[in-house]
Design a protein around this ligand. Structure first.
Ligand code: ATP
Ligand code: MG
Length: 756
């Protein structure tokens, strides 16, 4: 079968142009990602070795999906393609090459929490005011220096940067950056930005290494190229320099990461970098209805800084875009949940046809509550990652320390957890002793009697001996045995087991889940090295979405617009379309910021295939106070002929500008409503389900005879029905639909379940 038949002529031409530089700048839904996918399959069919192909995607999930599609065409060879995010691919390369640039191969990856914790410690040591030197600000400044390839030394010599810091009242910024970099180095750790920064250092300083990878990666492809930063741009440019078989695809109208240093110029300058580039235009949108495509075009037309593009759809006209107004965020949630039920029934759609998109993570709460009330199963993307939970991080810190005892953030995290009588004063003493002697913390800990006295010397000494014993186990045992040994002997399992609160139980279950994951990893056949340090390597790079156990589950998707990039759903709800929320209050200072918000709106709108719903609330709790809200200017900017307003059209006038006059009408009404006492709202940010109070005398019963269809009660999740059982004893997984929470998958041997 000619699989290229699934492409239109321009897409096909781009796929077949395998040699030389290629660029596709095209609107949303025009098949850019599809071109990359087909291109890779085509290359492999043309007998290019998959090991020679490098594909950089924006999320791990996108890479996984692409790989699966390619597998359908070329079979299991697709496993050998180098495909993933910039961070995961270059972490993998650094694992091989780190020693060249003075890092151990098993360097730790510091996640955002580790970075902030280290920065806080440095600020404290330097006696700096952490209001002025706000840790997020400091982090952002260092991050942007790294993404622009400015080393600490260069930063401190750069008059312009230093002057800027002085003007902002933060003259010590350069020194903080210097100390931070030294401390990461001492700890054998790289933060997220280092993964790119150090890759650049490596490729710049070691021509033979650069040569090796230039010849390995004969074909390079980058999706979402508009969101690459300078550091990423330079890596790609260096790697592609020999063969110049580089294909980048992107859409300047979807550049939404400038706040993280992404540089739209990379796409605009591509032609300068590669003068003989072949440019392909894709103009047909295959994703959305005419109404949605035209509405999206009408939004982006408001941006001054835009490449001319002509995007059209040959799909049906489709429904108008529904605009709903609610009195509060809770009511907005209710409207959305009811619309989902209605549309699901009317059009026989599965839940996974629906997505709810919002500007900020905090907005998910009201949505989740309403979905739960109507028993609508949902999945929250990009929420706190499983690997970010405290108990998971604690245990992982022990793992990290076992393989890299110099990892200072891990050391500080667990030196006294579970409690073993090593107080803050002792930890301070260790830090001071290390700094004074230019030692690493671990050198002090491992030689505690030289630096500490009495009881603290003994406790710290015991801790060091324990870690050393973990190292011995780690060298000789499988990942799972090592992990289990550490969980038991560190005291973590016992500590959590003894905590009988609902939260304690959940934490214990999470640890079990982590251990199960490690067991699965130990048993995998597709990887050679299965020791715990290999499992550990990329844990810091995993997000909630990568931990998705059941990607085909029938659930409504909830995520921020940033996280929705590249995805598509039949029905999309964009909620919270209010001034100061979307566009964000923080983005109203300049045209360029406002234009980025508008691009974000464009991204959101173009996720929808068949039907788009917009909504806003006229009042919303933010930061604990109730605010009146105005509808977003973005609604006004949409050509009204595509809209279907769900409120009284008579107050809004008959035609263009309808929305504006309506706004005035409802504002007066609202004001009256709010002269009354404010409703009391219990603020909660927890996304966890409310604890289920078990019926009297809860005792898990024998579930070995559990069958599909049976009714069960879970200690925390409440009543539910078994919808599926899979796997073999003792690892049977049950999928249960809980009345209050929707679908969940549980490992039977750990589940606190009772047959009712
Ligand atoms: P975005 O800018 O949002 O990332 P994109 O340009 O990458 O979008 P794709 O996701 O590749 O677009 O394609 C959008 C949808 O259109 C997908 O469902 C894809 O399978 C479909 N599609 C693209 N090209 C064709 C085609 N020639 N025939 C049929 N379907 C197509
Ligand atoms: Mg895409």
């Amino acid at each position: 079968m000619d699989f290229l038949a699934g492409l239109n002529p321009s897409q096909r031409a781009a796929v077949e142009q395998t040699e030389g530089p290629v660029m596709i700048v095209a609107g949303a839904g025009s098949g850019k990602t599809r071109v990359i996918t087909y291109r890779v399959a085509h290359l492999i069919q043309k007998r290019v070795d998959p090991f020679n192909i490098l594909v950089l995607t924006f999320t791990n999930k996108a890479a996984k999906e692409m790989r699966e599609r390619i597998m359908k065409v070329v079979g299991s060879e697709a496993k050998n393609i180098w495909m993933g995010t910039f961070h995961s691919i270059f972490a993998r390369i650094l694992r091989v090459e780190a020693e060249l640039i003075g890092y151990p191969k098993n360097f730790t990856i510091y996640d955002t929490d580790d970075t902030k914790s280290l920065l806080r410690a440095i600020l404290k040591e330097m006696n700096l005011d952490d209001k002025l030197y706000n840790v997020n600000h400091v982090y952002g400044r260092i991050s942007s220096a790294k993404n622009n390839l400015i080393s600490p030394q260069e930063y401190n010599k750069n008059e312009a940067l230093m002057a800027e810091d002085r003007e902002n009242g933060r003259p010590q910024m350069g020194q903080i950056y210097m100390t931070y970099a030294q401390r990461c180095y001492r700890a054998g750790a790289m933060d997220f930005d280092d993964l790119l920064f150090k890759t650049n250092v490596l490729l710049n300083k070691y021509p033979e290494t650069l040569y090796k990878y230039q010849h390995q990666f004969k074909y390079l492809m980058v999706d979402e190229y508009q969101d690459t930063n300078f550091s990423q741009y330079l890596i790609v440019k260096r790697l592609a320099a020999v063969n110049e078989n580089i294909c980048v695809v992107g859409d300047d109208a979807q550049s939404i990461y400038a706040f993280r240093g992404a540089n739209i110029q990379n796409i605009l300058n591509f032609q300068k970098d590669y003068p003989d580039v072949k440019v392909f235009k894709l103009e047909q949108n295959y994703r959305s209805t005419k109404t949605i495509v035209n509405a999206a075009n009408s939004i982006i037309a408001n941006n001054k800084n835009q490449l001319e593009k002509n995007v059209f759809s040959d799909n049906e006209e489709g429904d108008k875009i529904k605009v709903a107004r609610a009195f509060s965020d809770n009511e907005e949630g209710k409207i959305v949940a009811e619309a989902i039920i209605q549309e699901k029934t009317l059009k026989s759609l599965p839940y996974k046809a629906f997505a709810i998109l919002y500007r900020t993570n905090a907005q998910s709460r009201a949505m989740e509550e309403s979905l739960r009330k109507l028993n609508i199963p949902y999945k929250l993307y990009g929420g706190t990652s499983f690997y970010q939970r405290k108990e998971i991080k604690d245990l992982i810190a022990y793992f990290r320390l076992t393989y890299n005892p110099n990892d200072e953030e891990a050391l500080k995290r667990v030196i006294n957890y579970p409690r073993r009588g090593i107080g803050d004063t002792t930890v301070e003493k260790i830090i001071v002793a290390a700094d004074r002697n230019q030692y690493r913390l671990w050198d002090v800990v491992a030689n505690a009697q030289m630096f500490l006295d009495g009881r603290s010397a003994t406790s710290v000494g015991n801790f060091a001996t324990m870690i050393q014993s973990f190292q011995a186990v780690g060298n000789n045992s499988s990942a799972f045995d090592t992990a289990m040994h550490i969980a038991q002997h560190s005291g973590i399992l016992k500590d959590l087991y003894e905590d009988k609160s609902v939260e304690g139980l959940a934490r214990y279950e999470n640890i079990q889940e982590l251990l199960n994951g490690i067991k699965e990893f130990s048993e995998r056949e597709d990887i050679e090295q299965k020791s715990l340090d290999v499992f550990l390597q990329d844990v810091a790079l995993l997000t909630n979405d990568d931990n998705d156990k059941d990607p085909n589950a029938d659930t409504v998707s909830l995520m921020t617009i940033h996280a929705s990039k590249g995805l598509e759903f039949p029905v999309v709800f964009i909620v919270g379309l209010e001034e100061n929320l979307f566009p964000s209050q923080l983005s109203l200072n300049s045209r360029s910021e406002l234009e980025e918000e508008r691009r974000l709106f464009y991204v959101a709108v173009t996720r929808a295939e068949k039907k788009l719903h917009l909504s806003y609330a006229t009042s919303r709790y933010r930061w604990g106070t109730l605010n009146n809200c105005e509808p977003s200017r973005f609604i006004d900017e949409l050509n009204p002929s595509y809209l279907d307003l769900d409120f009284n059209p008579r107050t809004s006038g008959p035609s263009d500008g309808a929305f504006k006059s309506d706004r005035i009408a409802w504002q007066t009404k609202e004001k009256d409503a709010f002269s009354k006492p404010k409703p009391k709202v219990v603020k909660t940010t927890s996304i966890l389900p409310k604890a289920h109070v078990p019926t009297a005398g809860f005792a898990p019963s024998d579930t070995s005879n559990l069958q599909v269809g049976m009714e069960v009660e879970h200690e925390r999740f409440g009543f539910g029905k078994v919808v599926n059982l899979e796997g073999n004893k003792p690892d049977i997984k049950a999928t249960i639909f809980f009345k209050e929470l929707g679908q969940k998958q549980l490992l039977l041997k750990f589940a606190k379940l009772r047959i009712v």
